[in-house]
Design a protein around this ligand. Structure first.
Ligand code: F6R
Length: 353
């Protein structure tokens, strides 16, 4: 098994430069904000909804936007992970069509539907068919740098949307929040980074706890739910391992009952509870009680609380820990975190039909 205290050995297993992309996430967020600010988007008369359409690493930015805007925007943000758009999409809708590659078929199909429905569209992509279509249609394109895994481009696939909404006068204070976020990420890049030894590195410690076990990630509705979802996806795609997520308070009404059988499987679960100062006070109590219910049954429980002031910094302080932990978990399994051959295979097979 690879030694997590040996940075050279870890780097040697990372064929796509995943560690470097992670270390630069703070700078990516700053650049992403500028790209969004530079994009001219026409105001939508009588705007009723914002829809983000995308899949996988290009959809999670939509969930971040939804959670971020929940208490800040007077219109709802919904995330669409499908070929088709909901019936409510029309002339009063602002649609962000997000695909890092620009070639994801579901997103291209939803983009065409948004055109047919007369929605105002913004394309967010590094190129591909989406960039070409949008350019031909006169649709604004936020063009982000290519060459990353979509899931490593979370700054590029989220922050420009905030900047656009700020430019439209729907949000404010984003620039200052992005600045705080970039500073926090630069700080954590050292704490979680390759050179930080296991004894001082919570990301490496988490990976060791996850190894050989099934990670269960719990967040809270309206705050860390999106972080829990992100951790799950990152463990799946980077470590090529299963993981599951859920959110309080809903999980108190079903999932929490399912910790009796099969006992030998439950002993292999490692539960993470993600906390944030924006959580409802009673959700905080629920987390404490729930922890007592499962402790002794599962392999272990880790509680992590977000840091920072603004919501962006707070959410990303947790996302970043999960990102690093998932890459260290990949290493512990002897896996190269970057390539996702199964997704490539699926897209290739679909392209033949
Ligand atoms: C790969 C990844 C995937 C892709 C998804 C959609 O790193 O994260 O989840 O994001 O297959 O592809 P794009 O983002 O190119 O539209």
């Amino acid at each position: 098994m690879v030694d997590l205290n040996n940075p050279e050995a870890l780097s040697a297993m990372d064929s796509t430069g995943y560690f470097a992309a992670l270390a630069e996430l703070g700078t990516q967020c700053r650049n992403a904000y500028m790209l969004g600010r530079e994009t001219r988007v026409p105001a939508v008369a009588d705007l009723s909804t914002v829809v983000v359409t995308g899949l996988g690493g290009s959809a999670i930015g939509g969930d971040l936007l939804r959670v971020y805007c929940q208490e800040r925007l007077r219109v709802p943000v919904t995330v669409n992970r499908d070929y088709t758009l909901p019936a409510f999409v029309g002339k009063k809708t602002l649609v962000f069509a997000v695909s890092y590659s620009g070639n994801t078929e579901e997103t291209l199909s939803a983009y065409q539907q948004a055109r047919e429905k007369g929605a105002t569209i913004v394309a967010l992509t590094s190129g591909g068919k989406l960039a070409a279509l949008a350019a031909a249609d006169g649709v604004p394109v936020i063009r982000v740098p290519a060459g990353l895994a979509p899931r490593a481009a979370t700054g590029y696939l989220f922050i420009p949307m905030l900047a656009v909404l700020e430019g439209l006068g729907m949000l404010d204070g984003i620039e200052a929040e992005v600045e705080e976020l970039a500073r926090e990420l630069a700080h954590y890049a050292t704490t979680y980074g390759l050179g930080s030894p296991v004894a001082q590195n919570p990301a490496k410690q988490l990976a060791l706890n996850f190894k050989g076990r099934l990670p269960i990630i719990w967040g809270a509705s309206g705050t860390t739910e999106v972080v829990a979802q992100r951790w799950k996806g990152q463990i799946n795609e980077n470590a090529k391992a299963p993981a599951y997520w859920n959110a309080f308070p809903e999980l108190n009404h079903n999932e929490i009952v399912g910790f009796e059988e099969p006992a030998e499987l439950i002993r292999q679960l490692w539960v993470v509870i993600l906390r944030d100062k924006g959580d409802h006070v009673r959700v905080g109590y629920r987390m404490e009680i729930t922890r007592r219910v499962i402790e002794g049954k599962v392999a272990g429980v880790t509680e992590v609380t977000s840091t920072g002031e603004g919501m962006l910094a707070r959410l990303y302080s947790l996302i970043y820990l999960g990102d690093w932990a998932s890459v260290y978990l990949a290493m512990l399994y002897g896996i190269d975190p970057g390539p996702v051959k199964v997704i490539d295979y699926l897209k290739g097979e679909l392209a033949k039909r």
